[in-house]
Write a protein that binds this ligand. Structure first.
Ligand SMILES: [Zn+2]
Ligand SMILES: [Zn+2]
Length: 367
């Protein structure tokens, strides 16, 4: 393709409320070398304090086009419920049962990760998700051995989860109930991080929104970034699907679409977050993702202008902003290209007093 230059710097974007009828499948292109998977790694069911049966969580995810979910009940005894003949019986709880039901319902249509949420009261330590666990009852027992001290209880649970080979995420550090005045990493979290029991931070949670602090801590400490729903209600209560909205998702850049591929991507920190029309992540994944979302076609070179057609082939709205060095060219400061739409744009040099060849001044961004 003919290489051309434009001083457009791309940034993640504004939400486009394109009126679509459901289903509103989330489409995100692959990047070079990796398949881009969409996932939600924080979901509750009736087996802890939510309203929905595990199989329904599977169907909701398939309907939205997700590749992977984790069922992450609050595993602490006070939240656990076992459904028995229509009644909840705490004494009979099996903390892995909702995962088993979800896994069975999913078959080969959706990857379901075995998870659990250690849910200690107050901050610190707050809540941690353990993903790729083997036995939540053992993790709960290890935590509750220190029920008198929430930090010790959390550490006990994390140590047992790690013994099982789990991947460990600090959840919603910005939850207003636990961090009403500021979002901060407490010394207890620093210890957990230093001792190697924090692999990821939930930088977006549907109830709490985006946390720039969490994003920065993930960047500074080489942690994976996840964005999840933490959904307790049926999704249609929470998401305005009729107006094109979707749940927040974690983007996983995997070598293969499998449970092992998801784990490898998380271990190697190849993830990003897509929520509220924005993508948050590391430049090494976000930049190629942008380039994959936006195709340039039908470029026409004329004497006094270039006509370019941009096509957004993704669910991610793209905003291009005017970049440095473009003061003497005429084009708008922002170009918003909504999902699955095409935008035709003309770039023209100033005609008066322009000594330089018009298009040499334009410097690139992409293609
Ligand atoms: Zn939580
Ligand atoms: Zn939760």
């Amino acid at each position: 393709m003919k290489r051309f230059l434009l001083t457009l710097v791309a940034a993640a974007a504004l939400f486009s409320a394109s009126a679509q009828l459901t289903p509103n499948k989330i489409v995100v292109p692959d990047i070079k070398g990796y398949k881009t998977l969409t996932g939600d790694f924080h979901i509750h069911t009736v087996f802890s304090d939510a309203q929905v049966w595990p199989a329904t969580r599977v169907h909701e995810a398939i309907w939205e086009g997700l590749d992977v979910i984790a069922i992450t009940e609050h595993i602490d005894t006070r939240h656990q419920k076992m459904v028995n003949n229509g009644t909840f019986v705490k004494e009979k709880c099996d903390r892995d049962y909702s995962y088993k039901l979800a896994k069975k319902a999913a078959g080969k249509n959706l990857i379901v990760i075995h998870g659990g949420e250690i849910t200690r009261m107050g901050m610190p330590p707050g809540h941690f998700n353990c993903l790729f666990v083997k036995d939540n009852d053992d993790i709960c027992a290890a935590a509750e051995a220190n029920n008198h001290d929430h930090v010790l209880a959390m550490k006990g649970g994390l140590v047992e989860a790690r013994k099982q080979g789990a991947f460990l995420m600090w959840n919603h550090p910005n939850w207003c109930k636990q961090a009403p005045n500021e979002t901060k990493m407490w010394k207890e979290h620093k210890e957990i991080l230093k001792e190697g029991y924090m692999d990821a931070i939930e930088i977006y949670n549907m109830a709490c929104g985006y946390t720039p602090e969490g994003h920065k801590w993930a960047l500074d400490n080489n942690l994976a970034m996840l964005g999840n729903s933490d959904c307790h209600m049926p999704f249609f209560y929470e998401i305005d699907y009729l107006h094109g909205a979707h749940r927040p998702v974690t983007l996983i850049f995997a070598t293969e679409k499998s449970e092992a591929g998801v784990r490898d991507a998380l271990d190697n920190r190849r993830s990003a977050v897509f929520a509220e029309g924005n993508v948050w992540g590391r430049e090494q994944e976000v930049r190629p993702l942008l380039e994959a979302c936006l195709k340039v076609k039908n470029t026409q070179w004329k004497e006094k202008e270039i006509v370019v057609e941009f096509e957004n082939v993704s669910s991610i709205p793209v905003t291009l902003t005017k970049g440095k060095g473009s003061e003497d060219t005429w084009y708008a400061r922002y170009i918003v290209i909504p999902p699955f739409s095409t935008y035709t744009y003309k770039v023209r040099p100033l005609l008066d007093g322009d000594k330089q060849p018009a298009f040499e001044k334009l410097s690139l961004i992409h293609i």
